[in-house]
Structure formats: C-alpha cells, structure tokens
Design a protein around this ligand. Sequence first.
Ligand SMILES: [Zn+2]
Ligand SMILES: [Zn+2]
Length: 245
Amino acid sequence: MVTKTQNNLNAGRGIYWLFSRVIIAPCPAFFILEKQEMRTCTKCATELPEEAFHFKASRCKRCRNTQEKERYLRKRDQIVERVRTYREENREKIMETRKEKYKTDLEFKARCRELAAKRRAITENRIKANQYAEKYRNENRGLVNHRISLAEYKNRAKAHGQDHVCDLTYAQWIEILNKFNHCCARCGTTEDITKDHIIPISAGGNTTKENIQPLCNKCNTIKQRIFEKESHASKSASSEISTNN
Ligand SMILES: [Zn+2]
Ligand SMILES: [Zn+2]
C-alpha cells in the first residue's frame, strides 16, 4: 500500500533526481550527494542505494523482477497462447517486416543466416546419426541382441531380488553355440535359438559361460514350465512339513 506521504516523498525524490542531474551534476560534491541517497523498498523493506530502483519506483529492481517472473509463471499459458494467436493472425505482416529487416539490417541478416545454418547442421547430424545407428545395428545384429538380452537378465534378477553375475561375453556365447553346432541342446533344431540359464535366474543362476546353454524358444518355455511346477510342488511340500511339525 502506497500512502500519500510516500507518494509525496517519491515525487520529492523525482524532483531531486532531476535537480541533481541538471544543476548539481557539474559540481564535484554531486558524487558525494549521489552516494548518500538511499531508499527503502516497500516490498522487502530493505534500505538500498538509488541505483537498485527504477526511476520513481517504490519497489527495488529485484522485487520487481521476482514479481514479474511470478506473474509470468502464473499467466504463462495465457501469454504463450496470446503470442501464438498474434503470430498466427499476423503471419504475413510479420514475414513482411522480417523480410524488410533482412534487406536493410545487416546484423539481423547475419543472425538469420547463422541460425539457419545451425538448424540445417542439426538436421543433417540427426540424419547421419540415425543412418550410422541403423548401419551399426544391421552389421552387429548378434552383438546388439546379446547386449539387449543381458540387460533383460539383469532386470529379471533384480525383480527376483537375486545377486546376479552377468559376465557372459558375446565371444563366449558364440563359443557355446559352436560347441552345440548352433542347435538346441534338447531337440536339436536350429530355429529360434535362445540363451537358457541351466540354473534359472529365479533360483539364483548367473549369466556366465558355465550356466548358459542354447535352447530353442519352445524347449526353453517347456523347461521353464517344468521348473515352475517343480518349485511349486517343493514349496507346498515344505510348507506341509512345517505345518505337520
Ligand atoms: Zn525489494
Ligand atoms: Zn528345442
């Protein structure tokens, strides 16, 4: 709240400000007088030197800035929407102005060209990066799949709360495949070969060359089902024993 006396005070300061710049400025005492001038911000109630305020403002620059920022954050959606609609409605006018400025303002032209070049470079880089990634994936499909499967095993072990060693290298996996002639260890097919954990992850098995064998997808599923049935049976058996005791 700005009181009448404060208003008068502010007006007085304004006059002093003018006076100081027109009349006293040429005299050396001005600098001393200027230094002594202090004001109190009505918002944060701190006494600050004159240069911390905009001319005649009752709040210091910092308070005003925070206030402006808060106002912007509060009304950001509205402001953004207003700017957007204005740009949409005045697209041609804006383009005209920009074209005119581009022709006459050399600095603006340079800035425009720089931005355009940057944008072009970003697009080209993105295309190149995508192409490179695709080429890499195609050339190293086996390795990429190997890494993906290891990541999945780690996640699965984490979900089971198991301490998991996961150090099977791609070369070791190829070695295992060669040992089994790239066939399923159970049925001998060469289709849909997957890494099978001889001791399952859920039972504390690791992803190491000692615990991995090639199984086709089908055999892997069958094995998993058998294991689940067995572990379920042993669990209920042990619970029966404990209840009998
Ligand atoms: Zn303040
Ligand atoms: Zn099989």
